[in-house]
Design a protein around this ligand. Structure first.
Ligand code: K7E
Ligand code: CUA
Length: 643
């Protein structure tokens, strides 16, 4: 590793002391301040073996937690095990996936297309596409019942193309994607915690004309951000609220009454300079019952088929409140005590604590916005997100300082009352420029304070050099004791955006598909029409120039080892894996046709294509399944017209 860089400083030489954190910040042109606290970033030598033993999951042993990782602009979700940090599985969502055929199969294309708006479908058709090919998945949140995880679903946002997806945790596959009308770019995404999910709350980040149909282009003052409530069961948009300013992150309380969102650009400007003009921005609070009442009372507009309630600052409807906060707030995290909400300052070196229960009085007009604030603590530079350990401590990521700061919530409340306490307990270096921090079960009433994960935007020199594009770095921190201890570095390809860690006992995936699964309901419909029994028939059905090819797969043979079609036919191949054996997945890859798909045990998968390339085309099973896996193949014969 070269010692020189643009600053004439080696990053590696600069690790591990308080001075260096400030030097890095300064060298990078970032505002620097020397922390007054002693830092304790590197694992202490004594006890290091003990720490490594704690995170060692021996071969054959299982992890204690599922970590659901947001894949950022890769568009996917990854499942890691904690504490080993082993990547166990990838779930394609907004991306394409060569291994599983996500984006190629009829089943996945249905998920990827059915929830798009008519305008988007028309636009995509005009450029010859069926769906978007990219996504930006920032936040993955497991569903709740009564304030803790219930193992049903994982909801995810797409900042790039204004969508929300749902992953079924029984099969670990995405089963629904909806585009959110009227909003522009879904960023913050959190879930109703009580009584259950329930609502999925989605922050539309950018301000646009509503409807965004090519009018009002020069009148930016009339543009707005939109907050959306989806029904997590049906994935239908239930209602929207127009707000003032731009929405960033959000979170819901533990009583099912309120959602709060950080909001920047109170100025409603278009340029960064305009957006930074005012001293204060806001936390927008949404009163769920009041919004539902406004809808009942008919106090809404209907735009693109969605009921929109006016929640701007000027609204008389009493559905929102704007709590002034230092400008450009970012993270919005409900504490597991059920009482407090922690807002991270981003540009302000502070966290601000809001008490949920005071919001009743705020909406009743008994107190002022500022009266809901019960704490304000200076924590360091660039505070972004906060995690909790269930023992009253908070862990806030500091982007500019490249640190995680541990502070005590109760002491922060007391300090705000004037008591002489120092709520800051420890700061630990992380590498480097941390975005999210999260901890095991942190976002539930069962926060258990075992492990935290620092999701760092830069790895710089922490791993072998792989060229100009470096991996990011996710770091495991032991938070079970008095002191945080950094115990593990994991490189990560774009992007370890955020993660939620769920105790393994909460997640109960199946081992084998059920034959009546909704994922392949369409295939069952086709089979019924064609008089086919998917589990046993191997037949070609011709219907004009539409050809449906039904076959089973059972290691190591396809039920059909050859079929013939005519050039120009529209062919649909249905493969049903009749192996009733755990971990016996087959595949179907059609050579020189750009087709490959996964067929897991007891699943049916299908793909439709035009047989425009004549000749002999082999298909084979690409998923290793048997000693004779190589021999698991067949041929599609495509006959030239008149041949
Ligand atoms: Cu902080 Cu998109 Cu979660 Cu980025 S948001 S860090
Ligand atoms: Cu079936 Cu490989």
């Amino acid at each position: 590793m070269s010692k020189e860089n643009r600053d004439g400083l080696s990053r590696r030489d600069l690790l591990g002391t308080g001075l260096t954190a400030a030097t890095i910040a300064g060298a990078g042109g970032l505002a620097g301040s020397v922390s007054t606290l002693a830092l304790s970033g590197s694992p202490a030598k004594a006890g290091e073996d003990e720490e490594q033993a704690k995170i060692t999951v021996l071969p054959g042993q299982l992890d204690e937690y599922y970590g659901f990782w947001s894949g950022g602009h890769s568009g996917e979700v990854r499942i890691l095990g904690l504490p080993s940090m082993r990547e166990i599985m990838r779930i394609p969502v907004f991306n394409r996936d060569s291994a599983t055929g996500w984006g190629l199969t009829n089943e996945s294309l249905k998920v990827l297309t059915e929830g798009l708006t008519p305008a988007t479908k028309a636009y995509l058709a005009s450029i010859g596409r069926k769906t978007f090919e990219n996504g930006d998945l920032h936040h993955a949140r497991p569903s709740y019942t009564d304030g803790t995880y219930d193992g049903r679903y994982l909801f995810v946002n797409d900042k790039a193309n204004t969508r929300v997806g749902r992953i079924r945790l029984d099969v670990m596959k995405c089963d629904k994607i909806v585009e959110i009308p009227n909003a522009h770019s879904i960023h913050g995404l959190r879930l109703q915690r009580y009584p259950r999910t329930g609502y999925v709350f989605c922050n539309g980040e950018n301000r646009v004309p509503i409807p965004n149909n090519g009018k009002l282009l020069d009148d930016a003052k009339k543009w707005n951000s939109v907050f959306t409530a989806l029904d997590g069961d049906s994935m239908a948009v239930v209602w929207q609220v127009v707000v003032s300013g731009n929405l960033d992150n959000n979170d819901a309380d533990y009583k099912g009454k309120y959602v709060a969102a950080t909001s920047y650009n109170a100025e409603e400007g278009l340029t960064v300079a305009d957006m930074m003009a005012a001293e204060k921005d806001h936390v927008v609070v949404f009163n769920i019952a009041a919004i539902e009442q406004a809808i009942k009372d008919g106090n809404y507009d209907e735009v693109n088929g969605v009921k929109i309630v006016d929640g701007r600052k000027t609204s008389k409807l009493n559905v929102t409140r704007y709590i002034p906060i230092a400008k450009s707030p970012h993270g919005c995290n409900a504490a597991p005590d059920g009482k407090h909400l922690v807002i991270a300052g981003k540009l302000s070196p502070t966290v601000t604590i809001i008490e949920w229960d005071k919001l009743d009085d705020l909406f009743a007009g008994k107190i002022k916005e500022d009266d809901t604030i019960v704490g304000n603590l200076e924590v360091g530079l660039g505070p972004l997100h906060t995690a909790f350990d269930g023992r009253g401590n908070c862990y806030t990521s500091l982007f500019l300082d490249s640190q995680v700061v541990k502070w005590n919530l109760d002491e922060a409340l007391r300090a705000y009352q004037g008591e002489k306490v120092n709520p800051i307990k420890q700061k630990i270096d992380v590498h480097y420029q941390i975005g999210h921090v999260n901890a095991t079960q942190s976002e539930t009433k069962e926060a258990d304070g075992k492990w935290a994960v620092a999701l760092c935007k830069f790895s710089k020199d922490r791993f072998l050099n792989v060229g100009p594009l470096k991996p990011e770095n996710e770091q495991l921190i032991d938070i079970s004791g008095d002191k945080m201890v950094l115990v593990h570095d994991s490189p990560s390809f774009a992007e370890p955006h955020d993660a939620t860690m769920v105790h393994a006992s909460k997640i109960r995936p199946v081992e084998i598909w059920k034959r009546d699964d909704p994922m392949f309901a369409d295939a069952r419909e086709w089979a019924k029409k064609d008089g086919i029994i998917l589990e046993s028939d191997n037949k070609v059905i011709r219907d004009g120039d539409q050809v449906r090819v039904y076959m089973t797969s059972m290691a190591p043979v396809f039920g059909l080892t050859q079929f013939k079609v005519n050039k120009g036919d529209e062919v649909t191949v249905f493969v049903t894996n009749i192996d009733n054996i755990v971990d016996l997945t087959h595949g179907f890859t059609l050579v020189n046709y750009g087709i490959g798909m996964e067929v897991a045990p007891q699943a049916t998968a299908s793909v439709t294509f035009k047989a425009d390339s004549p000749g002999v085309h082999y298909y084979y099973c690409q998923w290793f399944c048997h000693a004779l896996h190589m021999e698991m193949q067949g041929q599609m014969l495509v006959q030239e017209a008149g041949a």
